[in-house]
Structures are given as structure tokens and as C-alpha cells.
Design a protein around this ligand. Structure first.
Ligand code: AMP
Length: 280
């Protein structure tokens, strides 16, 4: 396995691989790998000749209030996991190489970035779309893998790829969960035992929403109210948003459209912001 740190060296390597007709898969990550990332790596390994994982904690997707320095990192552990998962190349660029001081160009995807996390984290998806566009231009992957955990992110990337005619196939993989239902996230590391137990309310309330729909309830306001009530039973939990939207357009709905509806949550457990979602 190679670790490549400079954008130039990565470009050279890609040129060589493309000349040899290799099909390239890319899994973009911010590192601190867990089973969610591994599921993307597994699929990427199966479908491509060369599997590249990027590790980059992207400064331009963090807001001024969000502490990028606090984001968990463990490159040694990530390397060991990458070797085990048969990654061919880790692309691990430095921020000053990705964003030199004269950097001025950003990718803005409209509409689908307005609600949910986009509404709560201004500029976040501009940062995400920009870094992913850069990674696609550097790595030139045939396929790129994203998790449904960040449902809005996957939709934003699909929209960018379609609108800008980027020659890459986007694959979205299901959310990997702990045995008790909690969606796996690098941010779960911030939670102490009590907070971890409280955090379970996200997946539990999504399950409750699913049960309500199964029982024939279609009115979004009823489902939202029940979910909100359930989350509020946990003392450390503070709702950032509970939204029920069309799963492709991300527009708010009044009534459930079976199979086409996404319920998405962002909830603070004390200081840690957790997100989760399911399709109804
Ligand atoms: P991150 O390192 O948090 O930026 O995540 C990198 C990729 O892994 C993103 O496409 C995420 O959506 C995906 N991912 C993170 N957690 C999970 C999970 N629990 N299940 C599936 N994919 C995930």
C-alpha cells in the first residue's frame, strides 16, 4: 500500500494507472475509520482494479463555531485498517497543498443544500462539494463511494456530478449500525457512557416513525410530533432538526410518500451533534 501526500505525486500516479487501463474506485473520508467506512472500502475493493481512500479533514466544511482541531484523528490506526482492507493507495494531502493561500474557487450546489444540515451549517456543503470536486479532479475515479449516513451529502454530490457532467459513478451505501441500532460515527467517540445511552434515542425515534407509518399514519405533522416527544424524554438531547422530506429532492412533505420519504434528524447530545436518517 502506498501513502501519497502531495497533489502532484497523486496526479502522476493516476496518469500511470490510467495509461495501464486501470479502473479506479475512490472512498473519500476524514479518517478515524470505523465499520461505516469499511463497508465503503469493501464495496470499492470488489468493484475496481485500484482502490484509493482519501483521508482529509477538510477545513472549509467546518463552520467558525465548529472545532476542527477537536475532530478525532489516528492515522496509524487508519493505515493498519487500510492495509487489512486491501486499499492500494491512501491519499492524505496537507491542507496547504489543497488550499494554497491564493485559492478562490468554490462549488455551490443550489436547492438541495438549503434544508436539513445545510440550513443549520451555512457553507458546509459548499466546502463538501468543493473538496469532493477537487478529489475527483485529482484522483479521476471511475466510481466513488459515499454513505447514506450523510444522506444530504450523497444527494449534493450526485447533483454536482450530474450538473457538471463529471465522469464518475456515485455509489451510496447503507448506514452501518451498532448492534443496538446506533448509527456508527467518528463523533460517537466524544460520548461518555451516559451520553452514549441517550444517543440511542435517534435510532429509536426513527424506528418509532417507521412503526407509525406501518400502522397507516401518513400525516407528517403527527409523526414529527411523536418523534420530537420521544427525543425530548432524554435529558442531554437537544433537537437541531427533525425533518421529513422527499428522499431525492429533499423538499418538505405534508404526507408520507411510501418508499420516497426520508426522515432525517440532527440532535445534540450535550455538545456532540449526531445525525441519523431512514427511508420511510
Ligand atoms: P467521514 O469520514 O465521516 O466524512 O465519512 C466518510 C464516508 O463514510 C461518508 O461518505 C459517510 O457518509 C460514510 N459513513 C460514515 N459513517 C457511516 C456509517 N455508519 N454507515 C455508512 N457509511 C458511513
Amino acid at each position: 500500500m502506498k501513502i501519497i501526500r502531495s497533489v502532484r505525486a497523486m496526479g502522476k500516479e493516476i496518469k500511470r494507472l490510467k495509461k495501464n487501463g486501470k479502473i479506479i474506485g475512490l472512498v473519500p473520508t476524514m479518517g478515524y475509520l470505523h465499520k461505516g467506512h469499511i463497508s465503503l472500502l469493501n464495496r470499492g475493493r470488489k468493484e475496481n482494479d485500484i482502490l484509493i481512500m482519501s483521508i482529509f479533514v477538510n477545513p472549509i466544511q467546518f463552520g467558525p463555531e465548529e472545532d476542527i482541531k477537536r475532530y478525532p484523528r489516528d492515522i496509524q490506526r487508519d493505515k493498519a485498517i487500510a492495509v487489512r482492507e486491501k486499499v492500494d493507495i491512501i491519499f492524505y494531502p496537507r491542507a496547504r497543498d489543497m488550499y494554497p493561500s491564493e485559492f478562490r474557487t468554490y462549488v455551490d450546489v443550489e436547492r438541495v443544500t438549503e434544508g436539513l444540515c445545510g440550513g443549520r451549517r451555512p457553507g458546509h456543503f459548499r466546502g463538501v462539494a468543493t473538496v469532493v470536486a477537487k478529489l475527483f479532479n485529482i484522483v479521476m475515479p471511475d466510481r466513488a463511494y459515499f454513505g447514506q449516513k450523510d444522506a444530504q451529502q450523497a444527494i449534493v454530490i450526485r447533483k454536482m456530478v450530474k450538473d457538471l457532467n463529471m465522469p464518475v459513478k456515485i455509489k451510496t451505501m447503507p448506514i452501518v449500525r451498532e448492534k443496538d441500532g446506533m448509527a456508527i460515527s467518528s463523533r460517537n467517540k466524544y460520548l461518555d457512557n451516559k451520553e452514549r445511552r441517550a444517543g440511542l434515542v435517534l435510532s429509536q425515534s426513527l424506528k418509532e416513525a417507521k412503526d407509525l407509518v406501518k400502522r397507516g399514519i401518513k400525516d407528517v405533522s403527527i409523526i414529527k410530533r411523536k418523534v420530537t416527544e420521544l427525543i425530548r424524554t432524554e435529558k442531554p438531547a437537544c433537537i437541531d432538526y427533525v425533518e421529513i422530506v422527499d428522499k431525492e429532492k429533499l423538499e418538505r412533505l405534508k404526507y408520507i410518500k411510501k418508499g420516497h420519504t426520508l426522515i432525517a434528524l440532527a440532535v445534540y447530545i450535550n455538545k456532540t451533534r449526531l445525525i441519523d436518517n431512514i427511508t420511510l
